[in-house]
Design a protein around this ligand. Sequence first.
Ligand SMILES: Nc1ncnc2c1ncn2[C@@H]1O[C@H](COP(=O)(O)OP(=O)(O)OP(=O)(O)O)[C@@H](O)[C@H]1O
Ligand SMILES: [Mg+2]
Length: 248
Amino acid sequence: MHNIYKAFGGVHAVEDVSIDLYPGEVVGLVGHNGAGKTTLIKILSGVFQADSGRIYIDGREVMIRNPGDARGYGIETIYQNLALADNLDAPANIFLGRELMRGFALNEDAMEAESRKVLDRLRITLTSLRDSVLTLSGGQRQAVAIGRALYFNARILIMDEPTAALGPAEARQVGQLIKQLKGERVGIFLISHDIHDVFEYADRISVLKTGRLVGTVRKTEVTQDDVLTMIIAGALPQHGVVPPPVSH
Ligand SMILES: Nc1ncnc2c1ncn2[C@@H]1O[C@H](COP(=O)(O)OP(=O)(O)OP(=O)(O)O)[C@@H](O)[C@H]1O
Ligand SMILES: [Mg+2]
């Protein structure tokens, strides 16, 4: 994403932000409440249109006008307030809006079988796939959301606060999923307020402050204090700062 701007009325939510992401990489997006993280990724996922700026995939400029366009490019999103339909079971959630059909009827058996495959791939076992997801744990719910993204061959997965509502054990389970997706060469934008999580899973960390990019750093070359200083004071550390993506 190059030189992205987005304002809501007089609020400059995102101002001249450039970030990039490689296959199998996790980029942590951090910053205070209202820093512009969700707005930025909603531009990538087609929920918002940028006022200006460009998006490139594999070096080619793309137009993402709506969530359908984003999915077409393999961009899948798991939102802050996990968008699962509580009254539906896991297969119905995985295929929500993209149901498998047999003629004019839902192909429930195929959706169940495919759901089982994708959850197996994530090493998630649900006692019954036919129970509503309301009965699942937070970690299992995240797995269903990730399964949905995986089934549709996500190349870029955006996770907005995936562990915010979870207990420690469930958060670890989501962490395992992140590592597995990395192994499958999925690129992940991980938005999190939990600096420990970000340090555990991210390869690089991009810091936003009041809509602007403070900078991007390589995790192995900075300390958590360095990143906190970026978040709070907007100041860059001496080492580990990555140059912004090259403009085309
Ligand atoms: N739909 C909207 N309409 C108007 N203003 C918005 C809208 N969405 C976000 N904003 C504003 O844009 C700014 C950035 O918000 P955003 O949700 O991107 O922040 P964030 O970094 O995701 O914060 P948080 O950590 O609290 O989730 C804030 O000032 C917010 O009030
Ligand atoms: Mg947000």
